[in-house]
Design a protein. Structure first.
Ligand SMILES: CC(C)(COP(=O)(O)OP(=O)(O)OC[C@H]1O[C@@H](n2cnc3c(N)ncnc32)[C@H](O)[C@@H]1OP(=O)(O)O)[C@@H](O)C(=O)NCCC(=O)NCCS
Length: 153
């Protein structure tokens, strides 16, 4: 029998589970990184840090925030910034459940759109967002390597 998925706000006790999921995805064990990162998100908006559970096990997470006045976007915009689903639990709508809960929260804060950035090498994540209804946006990421201070400009 397939167990039900439930989504709830993240708590600091979930950090270990997030570290485990990240380790399964990235191959790196980074407890300090996640302690710092999750603390930061929980301070900004605790209801925009979510975990998905199957039974008692945390199998996915999503971090985001509503912001406005950035990048020339005046309207309140929900940003999905970090997400991960345990590889053993993919393809069972866990990511979709997390996104649905996040979008409900974004709407409750008055957001009229939701945005994310996806690395072009990560086609699976892009397909995930497209299947949720995301479309390419006319917002172009720009990057510059930071060399030594003596370099231009
Ligand atoms: C992307 C990710 C969140 C999807 O999680 P998931 O629980 O397997 O996704 P779901 O089962 O909810 O899928 C929802 C939809 O997305 C589609 N989808 C999900 N992953 C996909 C993939 N790799 N390729 C194509 N489509 C995909 C599903 O087919 C489904 O579409 P449908 O509802 O139209 O049938 C998960 O694969 C993941 O965690 N990837 C790694 C994320 C990562 O690298 N994070 C670190 C950087 S932030």
């Amino acid at each position: 029998m397939t167990q039900a998925v439930s989504v709830r706000p993240m708590d600091t006790v979930d950090i270990g589970a997030v570290v485990h999921i990240d380790e399964r995805i990235s191959g790196s064990y980074r407890p300090e990184t996640w302690e710092r990162r999750i603390g930061y998100y929980l301070r900004r908006d605790p209801d925009a840090a979510l975990v998905a559970e199957v039974g008692e096990q945390v199998v996915g997470f999503m971090l985001g925030e509503v912001r406005s006045g950035e990048f020339g976007l005046e309207e309140a915009t929900g940003w999905i910034e970090v997400l991960g689903v345990d590889p053993d639990h993919r393809g069972r709508a866990i990511g979709r459940h997390l996104a649905t809960a996040m979008l409900t929260h974004f709407r409750s804060l008055g957001a009229t759109s939701v945005r994310t950035l996806v690395n072009e090498d990560m086609k699976g994540i892009e397909k995930f967002f497209v299947s949720l209804g995301f479309e390419p946006a006319p917002l172009k990421p720009l990057v510059m390597a930071l060399g030594p201070e003596s370099a231009k400009p």
